[in-house]
Every structure is written in structure tokens, then in C-alpha cells.
Design a binder for this molecule. Sequence first.
Ligand code: GDP
Ligand code: ZN
Length: 442
Amino acid sequence: MNAKADTICAIATPPGRGGVGVIRLSGPDSLSIAERISGSLPPARTASLRAFRDDAGREIDRGLVLLFPGPASFTGEDVVEFQAHGSPVVLELLTAACLAAGARRAGPGEFSQRAFLNERMDLAQAEAVADLIAANTEKAARAAQRSLEGEFSRRVDGLAQALTELRVWIEAALDFPDEDVDFLADGDVLSRVEALRGQLAELLHRADGGRLLNDGIHIAIIGPPNAGKSSLLNALSRRDSAIVTETPGTTRDVLRETISIAGLSITLSDTAGLRETRDHIEAEGVRRARREMRSADLVFWVIDASVPEPLPPPGLPTDVPLIRIHNKIDLAGHPAKSEQRSVWLSAATGDGLDLLEQLVIAELGLADSGDSEFSARQRHVDQLQCALDRVDHGVAELTASGSGELLAEDLREAAEALGEITGRISADELLGRIFSSFCIGK
Ligand code: GDP
Ligand code: ZN
């Protein structure tokens, strides 16, 4: 599939200094290039100490050389790894020696792209490699690992196959109509499509959870001044010290902080108070708060439980779930509790914060996924949604007009939409976009 490939090389370890730095080569000339640099080659998959020399025979460093002959390598091609000392100078000299021996510098994601083109992994798995590297929490890393293992791809492929089988069956039935049985009317087709629809909807739901794990979750905190928004942000970020990073806000009015709740990476943004105003500067803050809310996965509406409850602020997005947080229960004399989408807590004492965390997990649909999540991307969610829409369309067509042909066509399109997830069906332009976002050396 990738017959005319040249040999690429890249530093596979992160920039900077470290104990060890790795150079990776992949392509038809990997072994001969390695031979020029390290002399005699060791047996496959056996680390051996060698002196690395440049074109003029000068020793650059000593380290380990490892051969992974294709096709049983990461890329499916002959792969060589040099493990040298992790000095940027040494690694650059080694790279120069590889280039002088005929290799070319790899572009971002080019190793993974070759692995995909040589069918060592499908597209969703290749994306999971990048997602594993980018993971910020243990949960996200485990989910990416599961996708890398093919858990998500197997489900997608299984559904694509089931959709295709049903389509072929319908087409065969249309070609050879049985005079006695109207197969479309006897309910069997409809129940089979609906069973597949249910599986598709479930996979979509889980993929959406996987996308949240991957991208991280964005929560916008809104509410009147002095309700305790900033205190809540501080209380939540102190509580789970696993990962707390200051993300500089894009504006002075929005403060962002990334925290971890139950192993999930969550970015909280504390926005300017939301209320109608004639003050121009404040109006700008309100506009930004609204924008923040619209792009959020969840909104926290914080109110002071010790004063009369204010009216909901105008401009709340209807498509983003909202949790109403009654803060300052220590002043109000309420016990901590949660019900539906409301929670009573105190940012000052920490009482009730655990209830809020549980509510967040439940609201995002991540409550009972246990340890079986896989990572996914927005692209995958969109394709699943597209497949689901096609199936719904086909069912509507079948019920309205009894048209098996139209249903078959919709099932074909649904299976194709799924095929784009794993790259069984993929446009060059899509591949370019996906792999160019990878880091070099992957
Ligand atoms: P924001 O304007 O909504 O960000 O509110 P702040 O977080 O700045 O809090 C306003 C005031 O309320 C501060 O004096 C906080 O110390 C106080 N406050 C916040 N949360 C609580 C709480 O749970 N209990 C009590 N007693 N005071 C709180
Ligand atoms: Zn504040």
C-alpha cells in the first residue's frame, strides 16, 4: 500500500535535556542507514550497545540500537531506534547523520500515518496514540489506551458490519420478492433496524463521554456578585490536588482553572456576573459570560442561600445543562443536600462539595461507565450522529411509504459514516488534517 515510501527519521523524545533521547527511523533504508551509523547490526528486537558515528567517522555518542524489522513493527516498515544520551546537541547530530545517510526528517504524525497506511492500526487507533500522549488525567490515559487497543474500533466496525448485512439482506429480498410474504411489512425488518438503532445510540452516548474525557470538560460558573463563585472555584481546585493548573484566561473577565474531579480533567471558568446593565464595560463582561456558557459542557449557577433567591439570569443557554448551587449554607443554616439539578453546599467549609462532584459526574453521563470508557473525538461523535440520523431517516421512510429501497440506501450511508471513523473509508484531506496535528516522532 505504501510501496514507494522513503525513510523518515525524527527525535521521538520531547525537546529538552533528559537521561535518554530516542531517534526513530522508519522506511526501506532504515537498516542500511543504521549500519552506517552504528556499524554491525544487532539481532532484531535486541538492544545492543554501539558507538554512533557521523559521516566522517567521528564518534557522536554511545548508546543502544534496536531493530524492529517490518512488517511486525509500529509502522509496518523496517524501524530502527537509537537510544542516546538525552542531549539536544547529541540528538541533533545523530539526526544529521541519519539525514546524511539518506533519511528525511519526518513531519508531524508521519510514523502513525504510516502505521495506518500499512494497516498496523486503524484511524481511530492512530488518533488514540496522540490522545494517549496528550492525556492529562489517569482516566483519560486509560480511556485512550482502550481505544488504542481497538475497543472503540471493534464496536464501530461491528455496527457497520451489522448495518451492511441488514442492507444486503433487504436488497436481496427486494430482488427476489417472495409472493407470499411482504417482508417489509411483517415487522422483522423494522425490529432489526430498531435494534441496530439502539446500539448506535448507545455507542454515540459512550463516545460522547469519551470525547469529554479526551477534550476535558468545560464548566462555566455564573451567578450574581458575591454569591461565592470565586470561593467555589478555589474550594474545588484545592480539594483535588491531582492536577491543578492555571490556564490564563483569554480575557481579564474570565478566570480559568483546570482541576481534576474523580479523575476527569475539568476546566472551570469564573465569569463576570450575569445581569442586565447599562454600563458598557460591564455589558462586555456579560457578553463574554454568555459566550463562555454557550461553549460549556455544564453551567454552575451559584446563588447565595442566605438571601432571597434571585430570578434566573437572562440569556441562559437552553442546550447546556445547568446545576443550581445554593452556596453559604453555613450562614443560612441549611444542611448539605442535593436533589435533581440543585445542590446545597458551603464553599467556605467544604460541606456538600462531594455532592456537587457526584452531580457533575451524573449530569455528564459518566456515572456508571466504571472502568470501561474509551476515548473518542468530536469527529467520531459527529460520524456516529450522522449514522444515527441516516438510520432514523430510513425508518421514517419505511414506515411512511414502505420503501425498502430508500431504507437500504440510508443503511448504506450509515455504514459509510461509521467507516470514516476507523478509516476504512476515508478522504485524503481528512487524513492530512488528522495526522498533521500529531507531534513529530509519532
Ligand atoms: P463571587 O463574587 O461570586 O466570586 O463571590 P466570592 O467568592 O468572592 O465571595 C464573596 C464573599 O462571600 C466573600 O467574602 C467570601 O468569603 C464569602 N463566601 C463565599 N462562599 C461562602 C460560604 O460558603 N460561606 C460563607 N460564610 N461565606 C462565603
Ligand atoms: Zn469572583
